[in-house]
Write a protein that binds this ligand. Structure first.
Ligand code: NAG
Ligand code: NAG
Ligand code: NAG
Length: 458
């Protein structure tokens, strides 16, 4: 099976975005960016509507108090997992902190309880999926104990960020919850773990959650967003990117990569910088093991930082080269989620009692393109448990607005498509007009097509 598309990620939508500068550390200490890829770094948590009451020093703050949260969508990358190649370790995947071993057992018991199983249901095709990770064993491509706890933690945070917002405090109107996961154990486990700590504690007034199965990574449930050959398009892109590396990287880096493949079995199947990053994370860095050495020859962080940088740089160069496969695939892989959000916005406009929460349990290969679509410079791949949130607010006279947050940080002012016209940014938010214009026009124009069907060819 071709596993590459699961990793994906390297999608660059916006010519303006550029790779984040990665500075190698002096010694062999794990650089911050690699620790954050594992999800080991504490992130801000600006989600929710607290900001409408805080920051009184800001201009326009009195206006903000009347903003009302109507709903939000969150795209989550699954938690820490084993690498997609060469995973042979029967005990290395236990969670790191001994204090959390007990939490693993508690969470597992919750998942097994009748009450929780009655609260959350899944599509039939996912009925036989493995519902919980192994406690010790590393399994190829599967989430680890650490991973499911990361997501549980994230769910707990979301509970705290949102429990006091009108979505949950105003009980006179039903909250519409929609959750979906791509067809892998790790994404279903992620959806369940997140829901178990976020919505399940409010089960007395939040309706039962059903997790829909999306047959592709990008969470499309209709013909309009469906491209039956998108996987093949991705394989082709990945092959091209592998070739691009061999043709364009510094010769000394290519030589070092080849030497590493020959010397260290876990890296033997790596065809592209992203594979080196994935193996390094899954077999060493996130397992808190030192990078491998043999007869004085070592895999080093300066090497891994260069490889990480090339993941973004090469895709950007391929994007800039011509209007081709890269751009069409990007439109395909982001349209579904953006369009569903746009539909939720329209529904909120028509029906003033409508309020929603949408949870998409997905991959770096979807979050990466979405971020770049918005012109946000990011490290690609994103970290395990990374989250992208779109909140929708209502202003009593000015209508609806969107707020964008990545890993708990408010990015609204940096989002490209809000900046094109002056009136598109107000109250610290992005107008839904700008958002809709982007989803229906700009996204496809960039690829010189009008819709997913037109983008869907090799
Ligand atoms: C374990 O769970 C408790 C209770 O939810 C929490 O307070 C604690 O932070 C968790 N510990 C770890 C190490 O995750
Ligand atoms: C889920 O995990 C089991 C056991 O590791 C594996 O056999 C199965 O193929 C996995 N299913 C999916 C959909 O990933
Ligand atoms: C995948 O999902 C799309 C959208 O719901 C649907 O049209 C298509 O038939 C599905 N494909 C397969 C192979 O199930």
């Amino acid at each position: 099976m071709r596993l590459w598309f699961l990793l994906g990620a390297v999608f660059v939508f916006c010519v303006k975005s550029h790779p984040v500068d990665l500075v190698p550390s002096e010694n062999n200490e794990v650089p911050l960016v690699y620790r954050s890829l594992c999800g080991f770094v504490d992130l801000p948590g600006e989600e929710g509507d607290r900001w409408t009451r805080e920051k009184p020093q800001d201009e326009g703050s009195s206006e903000r108090k009347i903003l009302k949260l109507r709903g939000f969508a969150v795209v989550i990358r699954h938690g820490d997992r084993s690498s997609l190649f060469n995973t042979h370790d029967n005990e290395g995947c236990r969670s790191h902190d001994p204090k959390s071993h007990k939490n693993f057992t508690i969470l597992k018991q919750l998942f097994e309880s009748t009450d929780f199983r009655n609260y959350i249901s899944v599509d039939d095709v996912m009925k036989d999926y493995i519902y919980f990770p192994e406690e010790y064993k590393c399994v190829l491509g599967e989430m680890t104990a650490e991973g499911i706890l990361q997501i549980a933690n994230l769910g707990k945070k979301f509970y705290n960020y949102y429990k006091d917002t009108p979505l949950f405090t105003d009980k006179s109107h039903a909250l519409h919850v929609m959750a979906s996961a791509s067809p892998w154990n790790r994404t279903l486990q992620t959806a369940r773990s997140f829901v178990s700590q976020f919505l399940y504690p409010m089960k007395d007034y939040v309706p039962r959650v059903h997790v829909q199965s999306s047959n592709l990574s990008y969470q499309c449930f209709e013909q309009e967003c469906y491209c039956p050959i998108s996987n093949e398009m991705r394989y082709k892109f990945e092959d091209e990117r592998g070739e691009y590396f061999e043709l364009h990287a510094e010769p000394s880096l290519i030589a070092e990569a080849h030497e590493i493949k020959k010397t260290f079995a876990p890296f033997s199947k790596c065809h592209h910088p992203l594979a080196f990053v994935d193996i390094a994370l899954g077999n060493f860095v996130c397992r808190m093991k030192p990078l491998p050495c043999k007869d004085g020859f070592c895999v080093t962080f300066p090497f891994l930082l260069k490889m990480l940088n090339l993941v973004s740089t090469h895709t950007l160069e391929m994007w800039n080269k011509d209007v081709g496969l890269v751009r069409r695939l990007q439109a395909i892989e982001t349209y579904a989620i953006l369009n569903y959000l746009n539909q939720a916005v329209e529904k909120s406009q028509r029906d003033k009692d409508y309020k929603f929460v949408r949870i998409y349990s997905s991959h770096d290969s979807v979050i990466g393109p979405l971020l770049r679509a918005m012109g946000l410079s990011v490290v690609d791949p994103c970290s395990y448990g990374a989250r992208l949130v779109f909140e929708v607010y209502e202003h009593p006279s000015d209508g609806l607005f969107v707020r964008v947050l990545y890993n708990g940080e408010d990015m609204t002012r940096k989002v490209d498509f809000c900046q094109n016209k002056k009136h598109w940014t107000r109250h610290g938010l992005c107008s839904v007009e700008a958002f809709s214009d982007y989803v229906h026009k700009v996204l496809f124009q960039q690829a010189n097509v009008r819709n997913v069907k037109e983008a869907c060819y090799m």
